[in-house]
Design a protein around this ligand. Structure first.
Ligand code: NIG
Ligand code: FE
Length: 415
């Protein structure tokens, strides 16, 4: 009996989307809900899902005493490796100053000065906080280095972190996040295409490549050049699309059949059509809209058009110092007008699909990795409802309990 054999039982409600690909349109609103269920884990994978009690028990048991269980949350869009902070920007936003993306270079300066070890140490603490709130797999983008060595330093930090935290980490090269002060635009795009993409792909440091295709940042033509180079080197494609203005970035993502287009606050109708045609996953980041006082993305239009929708935090020190997927799910409910089922699917299976991992994670089904969250709630609909409270009672990755259950203890006022 291996250490990753476990019987999770006493599940009051097991809620999960089903399948190994993104769910779109009406299908995004369908999840399987089982009452009084158990999940049998063998070798870190789900071996059986059933109702009631299994007939034979020959492994350790975790009794969750009637709580709700969902797949581990997947955060498909973060910039979690950085140095320093931008607390002044936060308060400036409170005074009504607009977000323009200009603060990225402040974080670039701090990140360039940090050692690899400092980056790993800082990010590790943040990642463990995310894990404690139910995130079992997350993507991390580079993009605060903006030179060959500095971008590789960030990606090496992600690789080192993989040995430090019990979560799945997916590295994305985002050298095309801003323009470094020391080079012309043309020279930097050339450096990305000729040096940075080949090096990151060659060393196996990135699985995807992302470009900030927006007003004041990379044009559609520049983004196309970077993404074509990335594809030629075997990287999957992602686009930070139409966050600040409708520049045609979603159209580009569709044209190139990118795996995901992200942000989309200003996506055009033609952009929505292009994403639907290519079945590109729309990764929506409502915490960024909240923090940066930007409009919320048109989730209902995207779902109505048949685009699979995922949710992420966009965790970064500027536009979204938000590490909590449950908070993002609350915003999706209230501001994106998504249903409880759509929200759950967006934060699990569709987010996994945005990382090319829907065959492995994102649902509780036989053959998938046993990444689960036990919530201190009786139904999955309560996860977004109790806003700002951490309901994660136990977090499991590969069938191991890795998130410490919060133990508030007895209420001192209760007698
Ligand atoms: O996704 N949009 C571009 N990049 C980040 C912002 C990063 C920052 O402000 O440092 C984003 O919002
Ligand atoms: Fe982002």
């Amino acid at each position: 009996m291996g250490t990753m054999d476990l019987l999770v039982w006493g599940i009051g409600q097991l809620a999960t989307p089903l399948g190994s690909r993104a769910r779109a349109g009406k299908e995004q609103g369908q999840v399987q809900v089982l009452k009084e269920a158990y999940v049998h884990v063998q070798g870190g994978y789900v071996a059986e899902v059933g109702r009631g009690k299994p007939s034979r028990i020959n492994c350790p048991v975790l009794d969750v005493e009637g709580r709700a269980v969902t797949p581990g949350l997947v955060d498909p869009h973060t910039h979690a490796v950085f140095a320093g902070h931008r607390v002044q920007e936060f308060w400036a936003r409170g005074r009504g100053e607009k977000y323009t993306g200009g603060g990225i270079l402040t974080t670039v300066r701090a990140t360039r000065e940090a050692s690899l070890q400092d980056l790993v140490g800082g990010a590790k603490a943040r990642l463990l906080r995310m894990l404690g709130q139910g995130t079992t797999t997350m993507e991390i983008k580079s993009g605060y280095g903006l030179s060959l060595e500095e971008e590789l330093k960030i990606l090496r930090a992600v690789r080192a972190l993989q040995g430090e935290v019990p979560m799945g980490l997916v590295p994305t090269l985002m050298a095309a996040h801003a323009f470094p002060p020391e080079l012309s635009r043309e020279a930097y795009v050339r450096t990305i295409v000729e040096d940075i993409v080949p090096a990151a792909a060659g060393e196996g440091l990135a699985r995807f490549c992302d470009v900030f295709c927006d007003q004041g940042f990379f044009s559609v033509e520049e983004a196309r050049a970077v993404l074509q180079a990335a594809r030629a080197h075997g990287l999957g494609l992602k686009v930070h699309a139409d966050e600040l203005a409708p520049v045609g970035a979603a159209e580009l993502a569709g044209e190139l059949s990118a795996i995901s287009a992200e942000h989309l606050l200003h996506v055009s109708p033609a952009g929505i059509e292009a994403l639907a045609r290519a079945q590109t996953v729309a990764v929506l980041l409502p915490a960024t809209a909240l923090v940066s006082s930007l409009p919320y993305p048109p989730a209902r239009d995207l779902i109505g058009a048949g685009v699979p929708v995922a949710l992420g935090t966009d965790f970064n020190p500027g536009s979204s110092p938000v590490a909590s997927m449950p908070l993002v799910m609350s915003l999706a409910a209230l501001k994106l007008r998504m249903s409880p089922e759509e929200v759950l699917c967006a934060a699990t299976l569709n987010a996994a699909a945005a990382l090319g991992l829907a065959h492995e994670i994102g649902s509780v089904e036989v053959g998938k990795k046993a990444d689960l969250v036990v919530w201190d709630a009786s139904s999955f609909e309560e996860i977004p409802y109790w806003i700002g409270q951490n309901l994660a009672w136990a977090v499991l990755t590969g069938g191991r309990v890795v998130g410490p259950p919060p133990s508030p203890g007895p209420d001192p006022c209760a007698s």
